[in-house]
Design a protein around this ligand. Structure first.
Ligand SMILES: *[C@@H]1O[C@H](CO)[C@@H](O)[C@H](O)[C@H]1NC(C)=O
Ligand SMILES: *[C@@H]1O[C@H](CO)[C@@H](O)[C@H](O)[C@H]1NC(C)=O
Ligand SMILES: *[C@@H]1O[C@H](CO)[C@@H](O)[C@H](O)[C@H]1NC(C)=O
Length: 384
């Protein structure tokens, strides 16, 4: 009897440790060494789900811009005034939907507005947001954007250090028609500076026809920047690789819609209010900050360990309503020591349904484990 009791006690201990093991194993962290894109490793992450973001100011990753460029400084017929009021969060009502009208009726996402020129004004009212972080040194940067169909603006997704170290994706709405949908890809360079800030004749300027209409729906614009080159993509398809004037300093990301009336570039100003909408932003990058580099060295114990490095999935189609957007931030324990926007900063503190789904396997494991223990205890009592 004593022998049987200790045998059963051991069995009970084993079941409990098994349950504990199963329920804690998935909680081990992943991606602690970083995120890989086309064989390149990046240690940092910044992801923003603008479709479900109620207030841009709650997201510590971004700052709406407020500045004025005078007519002379803009070297164009008009100046521009980036205004906070033109950066509008327009979230979808439901956390489980990924396309549709936001709270103000227009496309859900972060709206960047250019306003029709006020009478007697020589400043176009424009919109721009910038990342808080300015330590981005090489990486893969992705923004899903539905571009305005109002002619006369430039919708820009770019990385900036200074006027000769800059990576630009620029969509000029005046250039769109039923047979031509170009995107302008630029690495600003000393050569462009010497040509009077005109990159168009330099080797790091390229106009590529897109296989879709940028104002028809959301598409992912992306650039992968390594020490060797910059490759631009649209919906995951490579458009162009540039290996001259590759920037080598740390900088930040900007998203904007603007116009200054320059007929050679933005054209316009638009004759009516014009909106471009951003549904998500993702960046996997390296940091120029020694403190961040040290934190990476501390948390990345073994580059070869399973799940230590997470491959970043490619978005290969237009981001659409049928599938949710992949974010590491909504996967369990995949953003250890990264700065991620937390839904608790919003007024809605309840866990969303997707979070419940994320934790469902753990909850199920625990429930099954407890039922198992109860059965074992009942069986033990029946033995006596
Ligand atoms: C990013 O930083 C990591 C850690 O220092 C390094 O192993 C990796 O090669 C860097 N990536 C690029 C593209 O330079
Ligand atoms: C930009 O920075 C680089 C590196 O520091 C420097 O060589 C270049 O002159 C700068 N360009 C401008 C326009 O200041
Ligand atoms: C579209 O734009 C291109 C480039 O400006 C032009 O050559 C073409 O004629 C335009 N097509 C239509 C249908 O307007």
């Amino acid at each position: 009897m004593v022998y049987l009791d200790s045998f059963l006690l051991m069995a009970l201990v084993r079941v409990i440790s098994l349950v504990l093991l199963i329920s804690t194993t998935p909680a081990l962290s992943a991606c602690e060494c970083g995120y890989s894109v086309s064989g390149n490793l990046y240690t940092e992450l910044l992801e923003t789900d603008f479709l479900h973001l109620p207030k841009i100011t709650l997201d510590t990753d971004w700052r709406p811009q407020d500045y004025t460029v005078s007519t002379t400084a803009a070297r164009a017929s008009l100046g521009k005034n980036a205004s906070l009021a033109n950066v509008v969060a327009n979230p979808l009502a439901n956390n489980d939907t990924w396309i549709g009208a936001g709270s103000d009726g227009g496309d859900g996402g972060l709206q960047l507005w250019v306003r029709a020129l006020e009478p007697r004004s020589n400043l176009v009212s424009t919109a721009e947001v910038s990342t808080m972080r300015e330590d981005m040194l090489y990486g893969s940067f992705r923004a899903a954007i539905k571009v305005t169909d109002v002619p006369g603006t430039c919708t820009a997704f770019f990385w900036y250090f200074n006027d000769t170290q800059e990576i630009d994706v620029e969509l000029l709405s005046r250039q769109f028609n039923s047979t031509s949908n170009p995107v302008n890809l630029v690495l600003q360079s000393p050569a462009a500076e010497q040509a009077g800030d005109d990159a168009s004749g330099t080797p790091s300027f390229s106009v590529i026809q897109l296989p879709f209409s940028p104002s028809g729906e959301f598409h992912e614009y992306r650039f992968d920047w390594t020490p060797e080159n910059v490759t631009f993509f649209a919906d995951g398809q490579p458009l162009k690789t540039m290996a001259v004037a590759v920037p080598s300093s740390p900088g930040h990301i900007l998203l904007s819609q603007w116009s200054d009336g320059n007929p050679n570039w933005s054209g316009g100003p638009p004759t009516k209010d014009s909106v471009s909408t951003v549904s998500y932003f993702k960046a996997y990058f390296n940091s120029s900050e020694t403190s961040r580099q040290q934190q990476w060295a501390d948390r990345c114990k073994d580059l070869q360990a399973p799940n230590a490095t997470c491959p970043v999935p490619d978005q290969t189609t237009a981001p659409d309503s049928n599938s949710s957007t992949f974010f590491f931030a909504t996967q369990p324990n995949s953003t250890i020591n990264q700065t991620v926007w937390s839904p608790s900063q919003t007024s809605d503190a309840l866990p969303s349904r997707s979070m419940v789904l994320v934790y469902m396997p753990y909850i199920l494991t625990l429930v099954i484990g407890i039922i198992g223990i109860v059965y074992l205890v009942v069986w033990l009592e029946n033995l006596d």
